[in-house]
Design a protein around this ligand. Structure first.
Ligand SMILES: [Zn+2]
Length: 403
């Protein structure tokens, strides 16, 4: 008899528990139709409709942005009619353009249990423009200004640039690349929000496989393409090869390689280097390991030097040594050690050799060049009294003879 009661109690408990579990599963399965709209660079707006049967307390929207480690969140409000809304300020906390975002809502149910909605996903594209799309091989190009010939040019230059970059790095592009062509540098920079300096003409997020170009129409457009695309592609290729080791590359090497891969080398770099030589204004390569100057003129000189120095290393030691250098850095060696371990010489010594080879710069002669105006002045200062003495002396005997 007691055994029977026990069994009944057990059955009752089981049915209660399974009832609760069922109720919970049902509430979890209820989709509140959470959706998101956004004004690019301004705000995200989440909205959903909560059924009368499912009162939700303290709802919070969570969202995960592609490649970010932190989960973001924002509190949501529920109106009397069950409308759930939440806003997130993108001006204060921007999301990288063209990232994928996963989102969901969590809340407390009336019975104290927790509720998690199904996940939704959206692609945070720059929706200020009507993008057209064209695709070939590894590349998808997006543009909003220009015709299909322009888009085909982008694809052609991308393929040509890829050939250059793959040869330079002895690697192969494995993942696809999305290329967004903005019509002006200003429009591109607003897409980057706080991430780019105000002189930047192109940008890459290598971990997203996305590049941003600025290609105003005009006679320079094709040349701009031939510079920007292979350059940004090299960054992406390096990232694909090195993964997290990419961040260990010294900036001069990362930018140097990208610039060497350009199909149309920047003619301004030679002029900048010539001027730096004249004014003895070279930035030591060592100072370009962690970053480049933030001002435009300092940054351009840094790019020019990085390009020339990288080319010097390639020409002097060959591309196998360059692969070794890249791999040494990717494995965590610091800026000086990587060079020393690869070439058996210090960075500052190679810096001097590069200047001598590239510009025929001899430290003594360049020092003399700079000192020359002062030497002339010094000579003048010393010579004038000497000449005066000499002239008075030579006049005296003549006066004697005359007198
Ligand atoms: Zn670059």
């Amino acid at each position: 008899m007691r055994q029977k009661v026990k069994t009944r109690l057990l059955l009752l408990m089981l049915s209660l528990l399974s009832g609760l579990a069922l109720e919970r599963a049902r509430s979890q399965a209820i989709d509140i139709g959470l959706e998101v709209d956004y004004a690019f660079g301004e705000r995200l707006i989440f909205h959903g409709q909560i059924p009368d049967t499912l009162p939700l307390l303290q709802p919070i929207i969570f969202f995960e942005v592609e490649t970010e480690l932190q989960t973001r969140s924002t509190e949501a409000k529920v109106s009397d009619f069950g409308k759930l809304t939440a806003e997130y300020d993108l001006g204060a906390q921007p999301i990288r353009a063209f990232s994928q975002v996963d989102y969901w809502v969590e809340a407390i149910l009336a019975d104290g249990q927790s509720y998690t909605s199904p996940r939704g996903t959206f692609f945070y594209t720059d929706n200020r423009y009507e993008w057209q799309e064209r695709q070939a091989d590894h590349f998808r190009v997006y543009w909003y200004s220009g015709d299909t010939v322009f888009a085909q040019n982008l694809l052609d230059v991308a393929n040509e640039g890829l050939h250059n970059a793959e040869e330079l790095l002895q690697g192969e592009l494995t993942d696809g690349v999305d290329i967004y062509a903005y019509a002006t540098a200003q429009e591109m920079r607003t897409a980057l929000q706080s991430r780019g300096q105000n002189w930047v003409g192109a940008h890459t997020d290598p971990d997203l496989g996305v590049m941003f170009l600025s290609l105003p129409s005009g006679p320079e457009q094709r040349l701009d393409m031939e510079r920007q695309i292979p350059h940004e592609l090299t960054h992406i290729l390096l990232y694909q090869e090195l993964g997290s080791g990419y961040d260990n590359l010294p900036v001069w090497l990362n930018e140097g390689l990208a610039s060497v891969a350009e199909l149309y080398p920047n003619p301004d770099y030679l002029i900048l280097l010539g001027k730096a030589r004249q004014n003895d204004a070279f930035l030591p390569i060592e100072s370009l390991c962690q970053g480049f100057p933030r001002d435009a003129s300092g940054a351009y000189l840094a790019y020019a030097e990085a390009t020339s120095f990288t080319r010097f290393l390639l020409q002097r030691f060959g591309s196998n040594s360059m692969q070794q250098l890249i791999s040494n850095y990717a494995q965590g060696m610091d800026c000086q050690r990587g060079i020393q371990a690869t070439y058996g010489e210090s960075l500052s010594r190679l810096d001097r050799q590069w200047r001598r080879d590239a510009f025929g710069e001899n430290m003594l002669s360049s020092a003399l060049d700079n000192l020359m105006p002062w030497l002339i002045l010094m000579l003048a200062v010393l010579l004038i009294p000497l000449l005066l003495i000499f002239s008075t002396r030579s006049r005296k005997p003549s006066s004697q003879t005359n007198g």
